[in-house]
Each structure stands twice: as structure tokens, then as C-alpha cells.
Ligand binder design. Sequence first.
Ligand SMILES: Nc1ncnc2c1ncn2[C@@H]1O[C@H](COP(=O)(O)OP(=O)(O)O)[C@@H](O)[C@H]1O
Ligand SMILES: [Mg+2]
Length: 508
Amino acid sequence: MTPRGARGAGRRGRGVARLLADFGHDLPASPQPVRNGREPRLFRYAPKRGQRHTGRGWAAATAPVAAWRMTSDQAPVLWPFISAPGLPPTGAQMGIDQLSGGSFYADPLGWVLRDDVPVTNPNVFAFGKPGRGKSATVKAFVLRMMDFGYRTLIVGDPKDEYEKLCHALEVQPFAIGHGLPARINPLAFGPLGAGWEHLDAAAAQARAAVVFARWLTLIRGLVGSQRIGDTRVPFGPSDEVVVKTALADLTGYAHGQSRLREVTIPQLWQALDTPTDALVTECRYASRQQFLDGTRLLRDALGQLVTGALAGLFDDHTTVDVDWHAPIQSLSLSRLEPLGDDAVGIALTCLNSWGRAMRETATPGDLRIVVRDESWKQLRLGPEAVKSFDADLRLSRRDGDIQFAVAHKPSDLLSAGDTGSQAVTIAKDLLHLADIKILHGQDAAVAAELETLLGLGPIARDLVTGWAMNGKGRALWCVGEQAYKVQTVLHPAELEIAFTNDALTGAA
Ligand SMILES: Nc1ncnc2c1ncn2[C@@H]1O[C@H](COP(=O)(O)OP(=O)(O)O)[C@@H](O)[C@H]1O
Ligand SMILES: [Mg+2]
């Protein structure tokens, strides 16, 4: 039997470490953790109603929170604005995105080029009640885009309100009105007329097609803006043939001349009023009398432009020499205001055609913002005016222009014609040609058309008729399908430039 002591010593024995040490092998010792007192407590238990101390947000009763359960594709229906992803911070910094609290940047061409922004054209339509800050937002936008190389063309400024902006940029705007020297020929060749004599036949043909198409759009718009009673003067294919043939004759294109002559509207009218035998046969009329009878409406409508309210403004060769490299160019039209909205609209149509001519040879990288403030005056002139506007919007993708049109309300576009008419259909399509819409405040009376024409839901509609009405420069920016609640923020210097209430403060 083993003695108790020996048995006890045997059970305790030497540990493995000791045993190995006795044979000369030292096992590494495990490091001891260093203790520096107690770790600080990061989280504390908070009672359900908060800490019961002054200033700790303690509530006597818990808030009745309603729990809702839905899938992620149903949630945006109830909270449509929360899900809109932010836009990239490129382009003009316009102000504050009220939903995220961050800065809102507008960069129409940049958006078109990005796949994550659902925008396919850089055109912008701004709507809003007068005095809500539409023009101020336009001015801030063009000013801030200048840093990125954009130049601005204001095609028609009916209230001369862009003059301050031009002066700030040391540019003198052109004023158009009776008794002023500035004349603009809407039938000018524009830069396309230069170097015509060096072109080969095919190139000359291609250029002629562009120029003639622009002229026809213009004449169609001008003739179509005249009225017979309640209806607009029609401009059919026969009228088109007559105008085209006369223009080809007058410019010398029909005779194969290498140097083309510039034509004015009175010259065109004259040519149709006293037709040559060649013109009569070329247009396939049996006699001079038949020609005169067939073109009476066309001639009288053109005659109205020559002898009517706008006589002496758009009926001679262009006298202004536009510097296309200036940061901004503007054509002030306030002197036409007493002649009525139609006269201003016709002037805008002429200026559009002229402005388009100047853009036909735009070089890549020559970025422009073309502003049409009070564009509704032009759109009211009937279907042809709408078509001409439509043509400009469609070109923007090709030229890289940003077309920025300003109107009062979406239904302004529909005043071009009767319900269901072609003009109204085109006008509705126009809305789709602008993927970016800026909706400033509107009266409740306009609420219904925001839904039917722009497809806004009730939440967006209420923002436009409510929130946006309560502050200048507030607007709902619809970028493709997404909407942003934006407050335009103006610098004091910009506020000075954008101030349009001079007359009101003067009267007060
Ligand atoms: N974001 C803004 N912040 C402060 N004032 C503004 C803002 N936008 C416009 N205003 C002021 O409101 C007035 C009317 O603006 P305006 O742009 O002419 O309106 P609209 O073109 O919609 O008729 C201007 O005098 C302008 O100074
Ligand atoms: Mg305005």
C-alpha cells in the first residue's frame, strides 16, 4: 500500500511545464493582460420615457406611434420624397435641397450624360405665378453656369429685366423698338452664309437645305400667327412651294449662283405681290391671275408684317453686330409691349429664327443656355409658332444647347389652339421634350392641371400650391421622374441684379 504522503505527492506531481523544464525545455509563458482600471461605460440603460431630469427629454406619456408594415416598393407611395437619391454635386449650386438639407446642384447636360439620372434631354421648363422668382432662378443659373464655360443667349427679353445682368457682365444688350437703330433680319443667312462660294455642289446643297428649312419654319410661323376672325391663317403645302420657289429665286440659288443674296421679308412679299412669269410657271399656276388668287391670303398675311405694328423692326438687313464670344447676349423688347402680346410674340418668333441661325454652325464645346422668358407669348400665336418652338427643343440634343423656357402655367402651352387640335397635341408633347421642370408656386386654381398635364401626384401638387407659394425662389425641381424641394439662394449681389420690383417700390 502506498503511503498517504507519497500518494498525495504523486497526484500533485510535476506539471508538464515543470517536467519539461527539468529536462532543459522552457515552455513560453502566456502573457498576463495589463489592467488599467475600469473601462468607461459607453452605453447606459435609458428608461422608456427618457432620463427623469431637467433638459433630458423626459416624457410623461409615451407617444402613440402607429406601426405600418409595407414592402419597399410600396413605401415611396406614402413617403415619395424620402427615397429620391441625391443628384451629383456638379454644375450650378442653386440653393438648398430642403429634404436632405444639403446643397442642390443643377447640371442639365451633365445629367444627360450620366446613367444614374433619368434625364435624356437638357431642356428646362420653368412654371410659376408672376413674382415667384422664376426669372431670378434663371439669372442665378446662367450666372453660375458661366464658371463652367456656358454662354447665354436671351432670345427676347420682353421686360428688359436681363439688362442689369448684362451690365454686370459688361455687355450692352440690344434694344429693339420703333425709332431705335437696331434691325434684325429674320431671313439672314447667319454664319452659314460665309464662304458659300468655296463650297462644292453637294456641300452647297446641304447648307441650302438647312437655311431654307429654317426660313420656311419662320414664314410658316409668321403667316400662321395672323388671324381671320377666330381662326389662324393656314399655311399649306402650296404656300410652301410658292415661298420656297420665291426665296430660291430671290437669293439666286435657283440660278446656281455661288454667292447668294440675303433677302428681307418686304422683298419676299414684293416678289409674291408682283410675280414674274417664271415664278408663276414654276409654281405650276396657269396664269398670273390664278397665282394672285391662290396666294391672296399668304400675301396679305405677309403684308401685315410689312405694314403692320412691327413695320421697321424685322423688315430690313440686320444692323447689330453680335459678339458671339461675349458671356451673354440679350435682345430687349420692352418697347414693343404697348403693341400688344401678339406683336411681342411675333417678334419672339423672328428672334428665335435668327438665334437658331446663329447656332447652326456651333462648334463642339461651344455651350449655350438659350433663355426664353415669357415664352407663353410666342406659344399663344397658334400651331405654327408651337411647331417652331418644338423644332428648337428637339435640336438641343444635337447642339448641346440648354433651352430654358419660362411660362406661367402648364396650360399656357394649350392656348395655342382648341381642345383636341393639332396645336394642343404638339404643345402637350412639348412638355415631354423638357425632362427638367421647375415648378414655382401656383394658385390652387392651377392644381388640377399640374396633375393632368404634368402627372404630379397629390403630395407634389400640394407642395407647389402650398409650400412654394410661401417663399420666393421656392420650387419643386422635377428631374426626370424624381422631385426635389429646392430653395434658390441668392447672393446679395445677385439679389440686386434679380430685383424686378423697381416699379412697385417706386410707387410705394
Ligand atoms: N430666391 C430668392 N430669394 C430672395 N428674393 C427673391 C428670390 N427669387 C426672387 N426674388 C425676388 O422676387 C422678386 C420677383 O422675382 P422674379 O424672378 O422677377 O419673379 P417672376 O419671374 O416669377 O415673375 C424679385 O424682385 C426678386 O428680387
Ligand atoms: Mg419673370
